[in-house]
Design a protein around this ligand. Structure first.
Ligand SMILES: [Zn+2]
Length: 260
């Protein structure tokens, strides 16, 4: 055998060995990948989306303040029809009058948060202590009546209102210690000012909802919010048609604060 032939055989052998090694390595990789996949599949149901996980499907958070009221059951009927959850920020006085409505909200998978006991700005906002007591009165009520621990509260008129300027930091810190977080909104239906109608509510929601990430929509379910009730179906459909899914607010990455 010539020296050249020996070299060629040697080279061919080496190439074969390398190819076999690569093939083996790839097989191992495929096996490992498959194993990882099967672990993921068996430990995590397909429907579960971990909190904060990247997903292409947009999410919207419908929130309702100032209930429960004589209209709330009809809101719940619409939400049930569409099989979607929402978040209700409650007025304590009304919870005492209509506990069965709150019972239904919880039973049907909605989240409830503290709004205020009386919603009277002169009383609740006169000092940090007064506001703390107002929030706590509702929190205690929910815990005693429904064994439910609210995670969220919403300041009447939002966290940028001028009443709380001098003690906002203090009250936020104090309630943080009790594992509570405040929640604002980034889309407003403007349904509690002036004379809202179905058209104006829809236009207000549409105006901001699709230019913010993870929209948190402020609406109201007080007894005077007939127009909100009448527009709810159309608001929901608007998001459904754009492929949004609906979640309760404490499932959001952040609870939504003005200016963030
Ligand atoms: Zn309110």
């Amino acid at each position: 055998m010539t020296e050249n032939k020996k070299k060629m055989i040697c080279l061919a052998g080496l190439t074969l060995l390398t190819a076999a090694a690569i093939l083996g390595f790839e097989r191992k990789q495929v096996k490992r990948y498959t194993e990882t996949l099967s672990v993921n599949v068996t430990t995590q149901p397909a429907s579960a989306v971990p909190k904060g996980a990247a997903t292409s499907q947009p999410v919207v958070y419908l929130t309702f303040d100032d209930g429960p009221s004589c209209l709330t059951q009809q809101y719940l009927d619409i939400l049930k029809k569409h099989d979607i959850p929402a978040t209700f920020f409650l007025i304590g006085q009304q919870v005492e009058e209509m506990p069965e409505v709150v019972e239904r909200e919880l039973k049907e998978g909605h989240e409830v948060g503290v709004h205020t006991y009386t919603h009277e700005s002169c009383d609740i906002y006169q000092s940090c202590e007064a506001y703390y007591e107002d929030v706590h009165k509702v929190k205690d009520l929910l815990e005693e009546k429904f064994r439910y621990q609210p995670k969220l509260w919403r300041f009447p008129w939002g966290s940028a209102n001028c009443y709380i300027r001098s003690y906002k930091e203090e009250i936020v810190e104090r309630l943080h210690e009790e594992k509570m977080e405040f929640a604002d909104w980034n889309v407003s239906a403007e349904d509690s000012v002036g004379h809202p109608g179905v058209e104006s509510i829809l236009a207000n929601v549409k105006k901001d909802a699709f230019r913010v990430q993870d929209p948190v929509v402020l609406m109201h379910d007080s007894g005077s919010n007939r127009a909100t009730l009448d527009s709810l179906e159309a608001v929901i459909t608007m998001f459904e048609e754009k492929g949004y899914r609906f979640q309760t607010l404490s499932q959001r990455k952040t609870c939504c604060h003005f200016g963030e």
